[in-house]
Ligand binder design. Structure first.
Ligand code: OGA
Ligand code: NI
Length: 362
């Protein structure tokens, strides 16, 4: 179908610039809408996710900070961190580069377009335009970024500083992830290198999410409710609110605090911890007046890594909840089933695997 202005737009940012209404393919059924009145605003410190200061992670308070991280992973699945060691200038450059990228002319941005989730560098829109029924008010640039030398040559060269500045950000955030993985391993009573050792050669992806202003934000999502399929996510958001996290059955807004990151446990961490640590549902709402940019770093096992519950965390009262699988299998399922409230994890549970039960008894 053509719009009045000419050809159908590939990207929602180019459609949004002249839209007075949300087109019908972005409108959620009434019962699935964001329900803007039902948001618990984190007015008291208690209502929001914990904020953990990492300043002394390698000092005398290490055990105390590790206990805080462990508690947040277990009870909240989400926390914010400050004094995390990623320089403010590095963060500023990454955010500025993302903003400049999404301000490029449509034809320039579209040089990176692909709707194939298996491509390691691509600009796309919504979530998976090939499989989903309702679209999301989001464009995104996805990059693989570890090992850098394998991917950096695929990245955009416009803006000119893109590769240099994004590479700096990726390396610095990777250092932070490795420090966090060590702390999280210790918080589970495991050797510091345990989680890192389960990830094969490791992998790191990032997205630059661009949520254009939306004339009717109550009808649609930037991203609907989902859990992240990877191990752990480090999210940088700009100063426009939009992220919400499910806490005790209520959606809680995680409002931006400058120079902090939001950390969330992904599905693979839930599996490795045998359900001790929780991969929690979250979603992104859009704003009527303002564009919003977020930059999640998705730290992952390499595709061939075999993931399963850690044997030290299995005993009679905590039987293994998940079977073992390669990250590649999991990731493929995630992208092809569409974002849904039921976590993809259910498909990898031992009890739900009829096929496996049969093969055990036959
Ligand atoms: C994601 C995500 C939240 C946000 O990209 O997986 O949850 O605030 N993003 O953009
Ligand atoms: Ni997410």
């Amino acid at each position: 179908m053509s719009t009045a202005g000419g050809a159908k737009k590939m990207l929602v940012s180019d459609l949004a610039s002249s839209a007075t209404h949300v087109p019908s393919n972005y409108i959620r059924p009434v019962l699935e809408r964001p329900n803007l009145t039902n948001i618990q605003s984190p007015i008291t410190a208690d209502a929001s996710i914990p904020l953990i200061d990492l300043e002394d992670l390698h000092g005398l308070s290490r055990s105390h900070i590790i206990a805080q991280i462990g508690q947040a992973c277990q009870e909240d699945g989400f926390f914010q961190i400050k004094n995390h060691g990623v320089p403010e200038t590095t963060i500023g450059k990454a955010m500025r580069t993302a903003r400049e990228f999404f301000r490029l002319p449509e034809s320039e941005r579209l040089k990176n377009y692909s709707d194939d989730p298996s491509k390691s560098t691509r600009l796309s829109t919504s979530f998976n335009v090939k499989t989903e029924q309702v679209s999301n008010w989001r464009d995104f640039l996805r990059l693989h970024c570890y090992p850098l030398r394998d991917y950096v040559h695929e990245w955009p060269t416009n803006p000119l500083s893109f590769r240099e500045e994004v590479a700096e950000y990726c390396s610095s955030v990777r250092g932070l992830v490795l420090r966090l993985l060590e702390a999280i391993s210790e918080s589970l009573g495991l050797p510091g290198d345990h989680i890192s050792n389960q990830l094969g050669k490791h992998a790191q992806h990032m997205a630059m999410n661009y949520y254009p202003p939306c004339p009717q934000p109550e009808l649609t999502y930037g991203l609907p409710s989902h859990t992240d399929p990877n191990l752990i996510t480090i999210l940088l958001q700009d100063d426009v609110p939009g992220l919400q996290v499910l806490r005790q059955g209520k959606w809680v807004a995680v409002n931006p605090i400058p120079n902090t990151f939001i950390v969330n446990i992904g599905d693979q961490m839930q599996v490795l911890s045998n359900d001790r640590y929780k991969s929690v549902l979250h979603r992104a709402l859009v704003n009527e007046k303002k564009e919003r940019i977020s930059i999640p770093t998705f730290y992952c096992p390499s595709p061939d890594a075999v993931i399963g519950p850690t044997s030290e965390l299995i005993d009679e009262s905590h039987p293994a909840v998940y079977k073992r699988f390669t990250y590649q299998e999991y990731y493929h399922k995630f992208w092809n089933r569409g974002l849904a409230t039921e976590s993809c994890l259910d498909m990898f549970k031992i009890s739900s695997s009829l096929y496996d039960l049969k093969s055990l008894t036959l």
